[in-house]
Design a protein around this ligand. Sequence first.
Ligand code: UDX
Length: 437
Amino acid sequence: MRITVIGCGYLGATHAASMAELGHEVLGVETDPAKRAALAAGTVPFYEPGLEELLSRHVASGRLRFTDSAAEAAAFGDLHFLCVGTPQSSSGLGADVSQVDAAIESLAPHLTRPSLVVGKSTVPVGTAARLATRLADLSPVGGEAELAWNPEFLREGFAIKDTLEPDRLVFGVASDAAEKRLRDFYAPMIKAGSPVVVTDFATAELVKVSANAFLATKISFINAVSEICEVTGADVVDLADAIGHDARIGRRFLNAGIGFGGGCLPKDIRAFLHRAGELGVDDAMSFLREIDDINQRRREYVVTLTRSMLGGSLIDRRIGVWGAAFKPDSDDVRDSPALWIAGQLQLRGAQVSVYDPRAGESAARVFPTLTYADSALEAATGADLILHLTEWPEFRELPIASVSDVTTGRMLLDGRNVLDLGAWRDAGWDARGLGRR
Ligand code: UDX
């Protein structure tokens, strides 16, 4: 099929390249000239494993092109995927949906034949119904320009796999015809076993935010339990292993540490909370405020614990920080707890040297006043204390002896609870985790 992908950020670029891989002809619409030029040259302006290879292959084959023209998009495709961003609003907790509105406003007047516009962006419940009316009002073919909502659940670091082999496909539709078109479009994935849930607009919108709220709740739950472990001498990793064996609970997303960050979980729970308030059911989602608070407390706690390990003052102490990205296999530092902690320690008087295998450049753009090292050992050189804040495999693989050779102190705080504390302690280090024995 000939499709367009409107908005070529993380979601859109991945969707465009993956759909070209499925055999469709894809036109990406991107209004940012620098981003568009990069994508058209087959390069990806962020780090996602495998994406640049996939994208450049399909740019070269001619199956994937880019434009900034809504008129060209309307003429080219019969299916238009909305993949623009919905960041947290600058004036509150709600989502800023102006890019979604702008996409509909610019595309709809050019839709002169029956078309299906498919929203993938994460939006507050009620947005799709409003956009469906707007689309029909603005299009010359009226109601023949139809809307569907098909939320995306991809994780950074696994974006291609999550797009091509999703755990489920959710189709929020208002007609059988829209369902049929989506089933035809995704036929190879459905044939390969991805389950399909067909539902209405509101449910489809809510599925996405509920999934993210549940994941955030799971992480904050284990982090809250970790606070109890801290004061009782219990071990949160053993505890998570034990409760995770219960199939009703499951072990995934029960890793206690410095908490969640990134471009989705934090803003999505806030937008959900905000939307519940607008709908007059604040109480239903008020627990998400607590989930957010527990999460923020982790970062504060690491700063406090670091100060206490250093004897009560951060002034002029040297700290080596391993990790800046919000999670491994990503160069994304949006709302990254690792970068927040590094920044706070420096603002409170410490000398902080940060190393991240991929996120150094993006971190330096957000926090230019930190020192950035070119390797884990360089960040550790002369340090009184090391903080492990993003669990890249290379940090686990470092020989402890080589670290001991370059540091001044022998203190380690593992903010991700994945290092072998026993091995560090055997090597003479005061090594601690969060909520760990
Ligand atoms: C998330 C959702 O997983 C995905 O389905 C949605 O489409 C977008 O938001 P992503 O932001 O890529 O994906 O990251 P995710 O893997 O969910 O991790 C989010 C944060 O939680 C990271 O900061 C991670 O370090 C943290 N985390 C995750 C924990 O602290 N503990 C865990 O057990 C799992």
